[in-house]
Design a protein around this ligand. Structure first.
Ligand SMILES: Cc1nc(NNC(=O)[C@H](CC2CCCC2)CN(O)CO)c(F)c(N2CCN3CCOC[C@@H]3C2)n1
Ligand code: NI
Length: 186
């Protein structure tokens, strides 16, 4: 199982590389990786297991964070209420933002990253609405639209596939500067 020991931290070259597209059918190893990434997110959101294995909670994970430079991300975004089904529970292969809004959005508390062992204060402004194409582990293609919190998480993960860290987006001089095209959520 994936633990925090498997997640590389800033300074590791994999976090600054452009990851390679996957081809289909996926290898057995790639299928196992997809499954292990989703299992990590589930474990990290489980109060007992996250404590037992000392996991930091995550709603997303990208393969480069495991030093695997492939375009694969896992998303496990809970529903609004305790017993709701997850908002997103998906492993996306070769995800691509094909269009996006002019308007921006950011999380009120800023962002963190499982590969960054420090707080980096500041607004991380992202597209508030995105249209995404991706494939699932069987190779089936999708084209979907996401907005708000879901769009933020997806963009954070796709950034990892392009060697971008969340703090690259923070305005160093004015970390909490906002223009009127940006809404603050969360
Ligand atoms: C927002 C949030 N970020 C958490 N961690 N950071 C991450 O997921 C990083 C990715 C996120 C950072 C900002 C946008 C994407 C991981 N990243 O580095 C991968 O690239 C959380 F854990 C979390 N939640 C809310 C839901 N809760 C359900 C119950 O379990 C606890 C969980 C806590 N919300
Ligand atoms: Ni991250």
């Amino acid at each position: 199982m994936i633990t925090m020991d498997d997640i590389v931290r800033e300074g590791h070259p994999a976090l600054r590389e452009k990851a390679a597209e996957l081809t289909f059918p996926l290898t057995k190893e790639e299928m196992i990786l997809a499954n292990d990434m989703m299992t990590f997110l589930k474990n990290s959101q489980d109060p007992e297991l996250s404590e037992q294995y000392e996991l930091r909670a995550g709603v997303g994970l990208a393969a480069p964070q495991l030093a695997i430079s492939k375009r694969m991300i896992a998303l496990l975004i809970p529903g609004e209420y305790e017993d709701d089904p997850p908002e997103i529970e998906e492993v996306m292969i070769n995800p691509k933002i094909v269009s996006h809004s002019v308007e921006g959005v950011c999380l009120k508390e800023g962002e963190g990253c499982l590969s960054v062992d420090r707080e980096v204060p500041g607004f991380v402004v992202r597209h508030s609405r995105i249209t995404l194409t991706y494939q699932d582990v069987t190779g089936k293609s999708y084209k979907k639209r996401y907005k708000g919190y879901n769009a933020i998480v997806i963009q954070h993960e796709i950034d990892h596939l392009n060697g971008v860290m969340f703090y690259d987006h923070i305005n160093e001089k004015e970390p909490f500067e906002l223009d009127d095209q940006v809404s603050v959520i969360g």
